[in-house]
Design a protein around this ligand. Structure first.
Ligand SMILES: Cc1ncc(C[n+]2csc(CCOP(=O)(O)OP(=O)(O)O)c2C)c(N)n1
Ligand SMILES: [Mg+2]
Length: 1012
């Protein structure tokens, strides 16, 4: 039966051009196969067939303009019985969704019907001064305890929720509290015991503590300028050790490995453990913070400097939390897209309590909960101090963080008190102990740990007679021994155990510790702990004794490391524990397979002129992606990342074609479901649509760009953003991306200070290339024409994803529409595009006076127009150079100059700039849509006179024409400046320049754009 395929609803567009026919008569096609590509002035989209069968006739040709309802093809449809008719995708996902909801509901019901038998919960009374009827309160509490005992926690929760609902409906204004009392979330009865040997583990931990401190002290004895930290790891040692001994599984040939983001300043502790494990030797420990000689140990986790060890750069505070969240989300993305197996891998991130004040640290916690990232565990080491003093002297950081995370939907586990407190809390029949705990602020908690047991008795337990009584039988020493949760391996183990098993939400473990734990009077819990890097002999002896390190006084004086014999119980234990968990951590390895770059001809269509058709480079890029999606090797590996600008960039066609990643699929029928570019969310969706969130999008990009090492699968992330909201906004993340050896593309779209016209000061980018040039492994380009883009992009794919070079690409694309010429036939053109410049045109009619004109991006077109005027109206010849990358030219120039200076007696090399311009005639005038500094970068690498134009100053909204006039990068200014340059070089008389300045109404006394 013959069926007709019509142009579907293409939104607001009409008379859209057909630019490609993807099928011909006789082809057998399936439903959803693309048949033609259409292009508006903003975007190009493939139209998929809705019918399977054999094509009888194609009723359109390239160049035709079509609108909704026009006939595209006639197809002899394959016979599909109505029962076999495919369910439309949207409906299918809605059905799936409904089924899952039903299933979950069923599960919930069964859980509710069969409450897990709960152990008896201790009732903790919290004394409240505003309690007008304590007896009545007692009644209610007892009823609740009875419910907990009889029917379990879930039932109790249910009743409380119902009570609250009822009160709310009856008009009670119930204040919402996100805080629980200042005690551990997991009661002692619910604790899980570790199967580890606690004695050996303590001995190992003590040695790690000692060696970590020793390496910092030794380095600073030799070179006091090196610095380092002892106090941070001292507070976190137990938190790391329990993970290392019992929880964190390494990557090996059977398992992908858990990913652990270590807190930057605890690096000495991680090295100290690696020393006991036999992965680092004494010489290496002695080269801590001396990295210039190969083999030195990095101050902090830096994969660039220790590429086989560190996986994640975390020391710039706030980046670790964001990167870890997006890493966990990306892991789920890979699983849901079927690219890696779901092995229950976890992402653990260790963070400082001071670090949590960075807005980035909390900035993405909502996403983690929304995406149900139960593969993510944060451990916040609340030692109550940051660098200068207490994190919340007047408040309680643990409570505050609990509120933030609970409010965001996380599973919160507070580990505040160690086991020695258990019996005290159990005996707190009046509730006064919890009251004191709640009332005491962090400044007091910190001060207490800087003093002694007597002080704690007086200042803490002494607050109420009831609490004083509670510790009356304890000595001051006993009181001093009351430990904090983060230093108690049992409490930490049970928290990790519960966190690892939690489902449906991310978990945060908020652990209370002591900064500089064990460092004694000069370093424990004092405001200067953070910066303590030298310990005097008394401190060292105290530290040895405190942790029973088997060193003689003499050895302590020499600050010797201690490593037990290989056959000792400790070393055997530590190794055996790691072997059970699959290997050592951290370790950075890569087993991914390269992706073959597409054949050169995939971009051939971009090497021929677009003729009269005008398009922007942003649009050319989107066309190129559409083509790449047809490459079987490349397509599944592309990770398009967009921060709510797909429509701005003409990429909305991707929504239907490859779908938007949504871990729960699409629970609604989108408003535009009938349209070709309908908003389609899917569990297997490919696009990461990040919303208005550049930092998050960049974190996703880093996760995908390091997929080759963290997931052993090479991926091609392409993050497209408003160029101004790129490097300027997320510069530190880009730096961390470089450190991480990210591979992928960053596309600064709608770029240029005058090319993006109306948007104004905050939007118009005139410096992103300069910021990009600060990152050593970032390669950046500012192409003008579609073939330049194609050559650059393919080379990026080849270098990064086929040859696995650890570089990443930054390419600016623009939104100015113009016709693109064919690629010049010159065989060196491609090389020039990649190295940074090539000659695109020459005017050579008069052979009297010549000027070299260099420009990049759309400003090249102004320069080409100026050259034409110079030739036609002033008889000036010129050579025009398309500069695709001033940055790349500078890199080459620097290297050549350095080589020549260091090798004065050898044949001198010639920079690429000089290879191009050395033998040409006339001075150079260079311009771009960026600050003059952009083109000035190559000034030192040519002997010629060099003048530059650029867009220095704040942008502002206006038309492109007016902006270019304002910043003096339009063709008229170029003509006038060109003539002036030639006059200054005494190649022509100055009157020509004067005339041109007058002719173009240029006011010579107007202020610099930087001043207005
Ligand atoms: C973005 C950033 N700002 C400042 C610093 C400098 N700095 C290093 S450690 C530190 C204090 C850290 O306190 P906290 O997060 O509580 O960690 P702790 O050492 O107490 O575990 C500061 C301010 C940094 N590393 N990164
Ligand atoms: Mg801290």
């Amino acid at each position: 039966m013959s069926e007709k395929l019509l142009v579907p609803d293409i939104g607001e567009f009409e008379k859209v051009e057909i630019i490609e026919l993807l099928v011909k008569p006789g082809d057998q096609i399936n439903s959803n196969d693309p048949v033609v590509t259409i292009e508006s002035d903003k975007s190009s989209v493939e139209i998929p067939s809705t019918i399977s069968g054999k094509i009888e006739s194609v009723n359109v040709k390239v160049g035709d303009k079509v609108s909704k309802g026009d006939l595209l093809l006639s197809i002899e449809a394959s016979k599909v019985s109505s029962s076999e008719k495919p369910i439309p995708k949207d409906t299918e996902s809605i059905i799936k969704q409904a089924e899952t909801v039903l299933e979950n509901k069923k599960k919930e019901e069964t859980i509710q019907q069969n409450p897990v038998e709960e152990k008896k919960q201790t009732i903790i009374k919290v004394i409240n001064d505003s309690d007008i009827d304590p007896l009545e309160t007692q009644d209610w509490l007892e009823s609740l305890s009875a419910v907990v005992e009889k029917d379990g926690n879930q039932r109790a929760h249910f009743l409380i929720k119902e009570l609250i609902n009822k009160a709310y409906r009856e008009g009670a204004n119930i204040p919402y509290t996100q805080h629980t009392p200042y005690i551990n979330t997991i009661p002692p009865e619910a604790e899980v015991k570790s199967n580890g040997d606690q004695n050996i583990e303590r001995r190992i931990r003590s040695l790690i503590r000692w060696n970590a401190a020793a390496m910092v002290v030794r380095a600073n004895k030799k070179f006091p300028e090196l610095g380092g930290h002892i106090g941070t790891f001292a507070s976190a040692a137990t938190l790391y050790d329990v993970g290392m001994n019992h929880f964190w599984r390494a990557k090996n040939n059977k398992f992908g490995g858990d990913l652990v983001y270590f807190q930057g300043h605890s690096a000495p502790g991680v090295y100290a453990r690696a020393f006991l494990e036999g992965r680092l030797n004494e010489k290496q420990l002695d080269s801590f913070r001396q990295e210039v000689k190969p083999g030195g140990l990095s101050s902090y986790p830096h994969p660039w400097l220790m590429p086989k060890f560190w996986q994640f750069p975390t020391v710039s505070m706030g980046l670790g939390p964001m990167l870890a969240i997006y890493q966990a989300r990306y892991m789920k993305y890979l699983i849901n897209r079927g690219l890696i197996k779901d092995e229950g891998r976890k992402v653990w991130a260790f963070l400082g309590d001071g670090e949590m004040d960075e807005p980035e640290s909390l900035g993405a916690i909502g996403l983690a909960a929304r995406e149900k990232l139960d593969n993510l565990i944060f451990v916040i080491n609340c030692n109550l101090q940051r660098l200068d003093g207490p994190v919340r002297g007047n408040g309680k950081i643990i409570q505050e963080l609990e509120g933030s995370f609970r409010g965001a939907g996380w599973n919160v586990i507070k580990v505040i008190w160690g086991s020695y407190w258990d019996s005290l809390i159990a005996n707190d029949k009046t509730g006064h102990l919890v009251k004191v705990m709640n009332e005491t602020v962090d400044g007091e908690y910190q001060a207490m740990k800087a003093r002694d047991g007597a002080y704690v008795r007086d200042r803490f337990f002494g607050k109420y007679p009831e609490t004083q009584e509670l510790v009356s039988s304890l000595s001051d020493k006993d009181i001093w021994r009351l430990n904090r949760g983060g230093h108690d391996p049992h409490k930490v183990y049970t928290a990790y155990d519960q966190a690892s098993k939690n489902q449906g939400s991310p978990t945060v473990i908020i652990a209370k510790t002591i900064k500089g734990y064990g460092m004694g009077k000069t370093g424990e819990s004092v405001n200067t702990t953070h910066q303590t890097k030298k310990l005097d002999i008394d401190d060292l002896l105290y530290y040895r004794d405190r942790f029973d390190v088997p060193l003689t006084d003499e050895q302590v004086k020499n600050v010797e490391y201690f490593k037990p014999d290989e056959k000792s119980l400790e070393i055997k234990y530590i190794k055996e524990k790691r072997m059970r968990l699959g290997g050592f951590l951290p370790e950075r390895t890569t087993y991914s397979k390269p992706i073959k770059a597409p054949a050169k001809d995939i971009f051939d269509f971009m090497k021929v002129t677009t003729g009269e058709k005008e398009m922007s480079t942003t649009m050319a890029l989107v066309r190129m992606f559409t083509n790449l999606l047809r490459d079987k090797n490349i397509s599944p590996r592309l990770v398009p990342i967009i921060p709510d600008e797909a429509r701005t960039f003409g990429m909305e066609g991707f929504f239907q074609k490859i779908g938007i990643y949504a871990h729960e699929g699409q629970k609604y029928e989108p408003e535009d479901s009938a349209q070709l570019s309908s908003y389609r969310e899917e569990k297997t969706g490919q696009v990461l649509e990040e919303g208005i969130n550049e930092a998050g999008a960049m974190s996703s990009w880093i996760a995908a760009a390091t997929s080759y090492t963290n997931h052993d699968i090479e991926m091609i992330p392409i993050y497209i953003f408003y160029s101004m909201f790129g490097f300027q906004r997320i510069g530190d993340l880009a730096w961390a991306g470089g450190d991480s050896q990210a591979r992928g593309f960053l596309i600064g779209a709608t770029a240029g200070r005058t090319t993006l016209a109306g948007e104004g000061l905050q939007h118009q980018d005139g410096h992103s290339h300069l910021i990009a040039s600060t990152i050593p492994n970032c390669i950046s380009y500012d192409p003008t024409f579609h073939y330049e883009l194609a050559v650059i992009f393919r080379e990026g794919l080849r270098r990064m994803h086929e040859k696995n070079e650890n570089v990443f690409y930054y390419i600016t694309t623009m939104n100015e529409n113009y016709s693109h010429p064919s690629m010049p036939k010159d065989k060196n053109c491609e090389e020039g595009i990649l190295k940074g410049m090539y000659k695109i045109k020459e005017f050579n009619k008069y052979k009297k006076t010549k000027i070299q004109l260099l420009a990049s991006g759309t400003i090249l077109r102004e320069m080409m127009a100026a050259a034409e005027i110079l030739q036609n109206e002033y008889q000036i010849d010129s050579e025009i150079w398309s500069v695709t990358s001033f940055n790349e030219l500078r890199k080459d120039g620097m290297e050549v100059e350095r080589y020549n200076l260091l090798n004065p007696d050898k044949d001198q090399k010639v920079s690429f700039v000089e290879q191009c311009l050395g033998k040409t005639e006339g001075p150079i005038l260079a311009a771009s849509d960026y600050m003059r500094m952009n083109s000035d970068q190559i000034r030192p690498y040519t002997d010629k006179s060099f003048y530059s134009l650029g867009t220095d100053g704040y942008g502002r909204s206006d038309t492109r024409k007016n902006l270019r006039k304002f910043f003096e990068v339009d063709k008229e200014h170029m003509v006038a400046y060109g003539l002036s340059v030639l006059a200054k070089e005494q190649l022509i008389a100055s009157k020509h320049a004067k005339e041109a300045i007058k002719k173009y109404n240029i006011d010579g006394s107007k202020p610099m754009p930087t001043k207005i």
